[in-house]
Design a protein around this ligand. Structure first.
Ligand code: FES
Ligand code: FES
Length: 155
């Protein structure tokens, strides 16, 4: 039986404290303990990017970090960035450009893309592709995703 440990963090602006299994991954904690199911679980080994979240301002794989490692951290998920309207332009561009089909990759894709957009600088299509190279999409062929991100970045 996994040892239980206390972890406290700020998730989307709200402080939460829970007793969690020592080996529980952060994305499982967010989904199962907090009901934040916007962060998806695909490969569970850091490859697909479906679980991308922000910890202390940096995007990370929620499947490669333990909930107890986030103790004292500021965690932001797709729900938080949507509620704060930070993703409003990007979400609208994805909708306009048909940059999603099943939508499974979309939360992670938006989190990764926003990380580039928030730098405030222009970016080439190659840079955009590099930025989302760790986020797999099985449906779209990526073209429309790059179009949508480019539209927001380069106005
Ligand atoms: S589920 Fe985390 S990278 Fe695939
Ligand atoms: S839209 Fe289906 S995996 Fe990307």
């Amino acid at each position: 039986m996994d040892e239980a440990l206390i972890t406290t963090m700020t998730v989307n602006g709200a402080r939460v404290t829970r007793s969690v299994p020592a080996r529980q991954h952060l994305v499982d904690f967010l989904r199962e303990e907090l009901g934040l199911t916007g962060s998806h679980i695909g490969c569970e080994q850091g490859v697909c990017g479906a679980c991308t979240i922000r910890v202390n301002g940096e995007i990370v794989r929620g499947c490669l970090m333990l909930a107890v490692q986030a103790n004292g951290c500021r965690v932001e998920t797709i729900e938080g960035l949507s509620d704060s309207k930070e993703l409003e332009k990007l979400q609208a561009a994805f909708h306009r450009r048909n940059a999603l089909q099943c939508g499974f990759c979309t939360p992670g894709m938006l989190m990764a893309a926003q990380d580039l957009i928030r730098t405030g600088r222009k970016a080439s299509r190659e840079e955009i592709r590099a930025q989302i190279s760790g986020n797999y999409c099985r449906c779209t062929g990526y073209q429309a995703i790059v179009d949508a991100i480019e539209e927001v970045i380069n106005g």
